[in-house]
Design a protein around this ligand. Structure first.
Ligand code: MLT
Length: 328
């Protein structure tokens, strides 16, 4: 082990030990200043939108501002690495998701963090069904025609995503393997900008979380072919499921959740969890999330323990699916 690694490990140990010693004082006063919530994708995308809706309510409960910091790059793993290395004092958090805290593990052999070893789970915030979307003038009127068209198009079609390991990348990897298609992947710093490109017809199609798509579907600026969940979503009652559309093998739902760096004192995690749970029970927050198609977790799904188990299960689920998938 070289000196740098030894110093780094010593530094981590010192931070964690220091946090543990300070636990009573920290927990009693927390929070006394602004909290930073890192969002690992561009502003305006699904993770950003969910983080802002919930953080706004949490900041009222906690009596301190929660500032959103968008840190982009490498499918969300740049920001997640930064969050993993932050001081574990409750003042730096991250809204991660199915990509950053599960799918990235098999896709990045040199990932600089581990979702379970380097983070304290705080609370699940929202389930986000995946939709198959295309530019508004895409030449297919339903999912069956979409499948026929993309299969016949080879690499001529451009598929937008938010970087290797992002939800939009991983869910379309699954769609590509189900359909045996090889479109050309076009990475963006988040599906906020990817959606702008879809609306502007600069890309052909994408797989995206419903939260990012509802305003555009309602505005008629993109086409939506199907929702990849077993049931239809109340926010888009006319949108058929992939099963109804003849593609039952494609099912995907992502999730977004709050994490704190490993070593964050348990009382602080509990304070943050309580604030998140309170936000998810607030009628105004619920309406905003539900109007965007989110699935609000049940109380039993909102505990740190439940989120920890979800992350473990999701890593186990995605690892065999993605280990050999080509990064496109
Ligand atoms: C975003 O907020 O841009 C998304 O969560 C990106 C993604 O994972 O597809």
């Amino acid at each position: 082990m070289n000196l740098f690694v030894r110093l780094l490990r010593l530094g981590r140990f010192t931070l964690a030990a220091g946090a543990a010693l300070l636990t009573p004082a920290l927990a009693a006063d927390y929070p006394t200043r602004t909290i930073t919530m890192i969002v690992p994708f561009a502003a305006g995308g699904p993770t950003d939108v969910i983080a802002r809706i919930v953080a706004q309510h949490m900041s009222t409960t906690l009596g301190q501002a929660i500032v959103i910091e968008n840190v982009v790059g490498a499918g969300g793993t740049t920001a997640t690495t930064r969050a993993a290395r932050a001081t574990p004092d409750g003042y730096t958090l991250i809204t991660g998701h199915m990509g950053t805290h599960a799918a990235a593990v098999p896709l990045y052999p040199k990932l600089a963090y581990h979702p379970t070893k380097d983070f304290e789970p705080v609370s699940l915030l929202a389930g986000t069904p995946i939709l198959i979307l295309a530019r508004s003038d895409f030449p297919a009127k339903d999912l069956r025609e979409f499948v026929t068209y993309v299969k016949a198009s080879g690499d001529k079609l451009n598929q937008a995503h938010a970087g290797v390991g992002s939800v939009s990348h991983v869910s379309c990897q699954l769609l590509k393997s189900v359909l045996d298609i090889k479109p050309t992947g076009v990475p963006f710093n988040g599906t906020g900008p990817a959606m702008n490109a879809l609306v502007g017809k600069q890309v052909d199609f994408m797989c995206d979380q419903i939260v990012n798509a509802v305003p555009q579907i309602n505005g008629g600026t993109i086409k939506a072919y199907a929702i990849a969940t077993p049931d239809r979503n109340a926010s888009q009652p006319d949108l058929p499921t992939t099963t109804e559309g003849g593609l039952p093998a494609f099912k995907a739902q992502a999730w977004n959740a709050i994490f704190a760096p490993k070593g964050t004192p348990a009382p602080i995690v509990a304070t943050l969890n309580a604030a998140a749970v309170k936000a998810l029970d607030d009628p105004g927050v619920r309406k905003r999330l539900l109007d965007l198609g989110s699935v609000i977790p049940e109380p039993a799904e909102r505990t740190p323990e439940a989120l920890g188990k979800l992350v473990e299960a999701e890593i186990a689920k995605w690892t065999p699916v993605l280990r050999d998938a080509a990064a496109n």
